[in-house]
Design a protein around this ligand. Structure first.
Ligand code: PLP
Length: 437
């Protein structure tokens, strides 16, 4: 099969006439095909584009599709529940059920939850709660971490090194024009995975810090695990300085374990946010925190609204997902993680046998591919200095032409729908492509 993208290209040209930039989310401009692709449908591990090409998909909606595309057990419940209405602007029974199940699965104890629609939105609520509860203003955000596209936090996600400033006191680099850059005054940018640097931040700003937000496993840069003791150190600094530790588990929640990164790393933050995997592909997000902190929302001091919050379709999809995980969590994660481990081991072995600099790191079903000679990438600056992004783009393009859809930033999401045959085809395509590039 010769993969070509002429119909996608034609549709993209047409879309640009009517949709700004021809896309609805910026990252899609970086599609490995070099143009945003148009798809007809997707099921399980596979997707089909308008040119009739079939792909094994590792983007999986950038993470939400924990069970692959449109699993029947979710579609069935959503279709059934939709007969009760779509948006009620009122509460209904299943909200209580999903809150109960989520709180049973998540390690933070004595907690309550609140629901919204997207990861971006729930992180905004998080900042409000952190500030409202502590009566302090500054939030510490790490380089290379992403917490949504809003003005308050869309800084230094992938800052160019020539602008990023001194590693001991990084500049807040806005990711967009048009942002209210006054917001940067309440953000302290810090290098991640380095105890001394976060300690210095607390020494310098001790009384002003409302909290620290971190991806507990850095999914937005190389899928990096925290160094041993690092998150414990950050938590202890927060507690010493009456600040809150927040985990952004938008990627890791319900993916790396039923209890997310907290369960895997055996550390609980004071408060955490969730989205992607919790509804198997439907728009849903959640904040979970210790009761006394969440009371800041509960008593209405922190205002939170949203017409589409806990709509029937998203709530039903969340119910189906959490019920499934609750009933089968031991075997589900064991099988899913085995697939990820097989992929990681096989990619490493192909890379070694071909003397390539293809590098893979991550955990369970969450992996990241890059091209570097380093053994391990430990944070954003390490990535920026040592990873060859152009080579990765070329690799992802060639993989696409072999029927394997990889994300533009290297992150792979393996779903429970990926079969052994899918994984083996991916490995043999990698071998073929690495021999070529
Ligand atoms: C860690 C993290 N937080 C927040 C977000 C924002 O989520 P959403 O795209 O649903 O707004 C993302 C999105 O990729 C993310 O990776």
């Amino acid at each position: 099969m010769v993969y070509e993208f002429s119909k996608s290209k034609k549709m993209y040209d047409e879309a640009k006439e009517y949709i700004a930039g021809g896309i609805s989310s910026q990252i899609r401009i970086n599609d490995p095909a070099k143009i945003p692709m148009f798809f007809t449908h997707a099921k399980g591990s596979k997707m089909w584009d308008v040119d009739g090409n079939e792909y094994i998909d590792y983007i999986q909606g950038m993470g939400p599709n924990l069970f692959g595309h449109s699993p029947d057990f979710i579609s069935d419940l959503v279709k059934k529940e939709m007969d009760r209405g779509y948006v009620l602007a009122g509460q209904f029974d299943k909200e209580i059920e999903i809150a109960k199940m989520a709180l049973e699965l998540i390690p933070i104890k004595n907690a309550t939850a609140r629901f919204a629609i997207s990861g971006t939105e729930i992180d905004q609520l998080l900042f409000r709660v952190m500030r409202g509860y502590t009566k302090k203003n500054k939030i510490v955000k790490f380089e290379g971490h992403y917490h949504g596209w809003m003005d308050s936090v869309n800084y230094s996600v992938h800052p160019p090194l020539d602008l990023a400033g001194d590693e001991n006191s990084p500049n807040p680099i806005p990711e967009s024009t048009g942002m209210d850059i006054n917001t940067s005054k309440n953000l302290i940018i810090c290098e991640w995975n380095d105890e001394e640097k976060i300690e210095n931040v607390f020494n310098k700003h001790s009384d002003d810090i409302a909290g620290v937000i971190t991806e507990p496993i850095l999914g937005n840069t190389n899928c990096i695990l925290p160094k041993k003791g690092y998150l414990e150190k950050v938590k202890s600094l927060c507690e010493t300085h009456d600040a809150l530790l927040a985990f952004d588990e938008v990627i890791t929640g319900f993916r790396v374990a039923a209890g997310g990164a907290q369960e895997l790393l055996k550390i609980t933050p004071h408060i955490a946010t969730y989205a992607k995997s919790m509804a198997g592909g439907f728009p849903m997000s959640m904040i979970v925190g210790e009761k006394q902190i969440m009371e800041e929302i509960g008593n209405g001091n922190v205002y939170h609204g949203g017409s589409f919050n806990s709509n029937i379709m998203s709530t039903a999809a969340t119910y189906a997902t959490l019920k499934y995980l609750q009933d089968s969590k031991a075997t589900f994660y064991e099988n899913l993680n085995k697939k990820g481990e097989f992929m990681m081991k096989s990619l490493k072995s192909v890379s070694k046998s071909l003397d390539s600099d293809l590098h893979v790191q991550g955990v369970g079903s969450l992996l990241s591919i890059s091209f570097t000679n380093k053994e391990e990438i430990i944070n954003w600056r390490d990535h920026a200095k040592n990873c060859d992004e152009n080579k990765y783009s070329l690799f992802a393009y060639e993989m696409l032409k072999n029927g394997i859809r990889l994300s533009s930033n290297g992150r792979m999401h393996i779903s429970s729908a990926h079969t052994q045959e899918d994984l083996e085809k991916t490995i043999s395509s990698t071998e073929k492509v690495l021999s070529k590039i």
